[in-house]
Design a binder for this molecule. Sequence first.
Ligand code: F6P
Length: 539
Amino acid sequence: MGGWDALPGHVKNAGARSIKSLFDTDPARFADFSVTLGDFLMDFSKCNIDRPTLAALLDIAAQARVADRRDAMFAGGKINETENRAVLHTALRNLDGAPVLVDGTDVMPGVRATLGRMRTFAGRVRAGAHQGAGGTMTDVVHIGTGGSYLGPAMATRALSPCHDGPGVHFVTNADGADSADTLKALNPATTLVLIASKTFTTTETMMNAKTARSWLLAAIPQSRLGAHMVALSSADGRAAAFGVHPDHVFGFQDWVGGRTSVWGAVGLSLMLAIGPENFRMFLEGGQAMDRHFQTAPLAANMPVLLALTGIWHAGACGYDTRAVLPYDQRLARLPAYLQQLDMESNGKGVAMDGSPLRHHSGPIIWGEPGTGGQHAFYQSLHQGTRIIPCEFLIARTGHEPELAHQHRFLLANCLAQSEALLLGRSLECARAMMAARGLEGAELERQAAHRVFPGNRPSVTMLYDRLTPRTLGMIIALYEHRVFVEGVIWGINSFDQWGVELGKELALSLMPVLTGERDGADRDASTRMLARSIRRGQA
Ligand code: F6P
């Protein structure tokens, strides 16, 4: 018996042992259940995966033809089958420039040309050569949503120690509060507005873009508007119709998915903040992970092994969620970024051929940076009734040498959490603690029970020297490829997102119901009555 059919037996075996026992019986466990790439170390030894289980999972990956699908992706194959598209965000960080063919045409000259234009433009803005109505651009407002927002917002925050350009701000929500709160602090005469939208049709982004355009025009002459507006989009015609000068349109092709678009034109806000050289280091980090993913054997391949922990936890053990816990405050937006990357990619219910899946697909992704989370939801991680696999990320060294003592404390906390999840605290130990405090009898038993930690809870730890542009590039590419591998193994198309469409359509059709132009008699009673209550409240 092999493949998926073998997994229930492995789950049964895992249930009969503790993760700790795997360390006790295997002195080489850490070495063999961790993988390094340069200074980047991924330790998955604290998962309840023994050697036979790992072999079974690798067998599943081989049967799913992960290596063939990977090679097809890098070679420009149309692996996004429901949209008949190639998936080539990796071309955006293909700094060696080796040809990548889509329909027989090399896409690399176009990639290089756009990157070159971005560098020139960013260089001019940063040097003050690109002037607004009020002189040098002091601020940039990046407007976008989903993949046209989360990547740049997450990465810009992550790399704040490299910021030496204009202030970069983000607006994403259709809620006018987002625009209002962001714009009120800025001077329109020295603000550059980037409108990031692959399609240039996304309603909330276009609303926010119009709000920003009106805000600019209230303060600067129409003749100067062009200097203040930039489009990051594959729809150059729509961008031009909106009034963006062709020189200020930075494009990309349909083979770049929104959730993996930060590497190209959509990353212009990041480049403006950190400069073209740091942006290049970011691309280099992504490319280093690509090369590793392409060349390392599956059994020593970081994205593949990370994916197999995911398949094991979500697909075999039935753990529904996965916590991403960066012990790196600047990665505060990583969980949100990964929610889109993972859940929009792998939150699917049908296989590539349209048949219903017989098993769960991607888990629910959530998380917060440590140490804040420790004072909130970690209670449930340690003693709750659900098992939540955790992924910790931490740098060996912080960016603030003068605060090295705080970083040591952060490191100790990160390691302590994964150790506590692994080892827990036994009833005997809890009893001894209570006895030492002078308790006895029933009260000792009652109090001890509350202090037991079951332990035996899985985690993965990622350790890197420092959160540099290169390291961030590696982290993002690692997760991209992990999501890809899990999708291949689940047999789904990780590159479409039809599940976001219905809500968009219904929202548009509800607009006239909210204004009273339509009575909404065709809606369900709950929606109809809520709309009526809103109308009454606004009357
Ligand atoms: O609604 C989902 C989605 O299509 C995402 O996949 C995408 O990243 C986001 O909307 C934004 O789309 P666009 O870049 O076309 O505005």
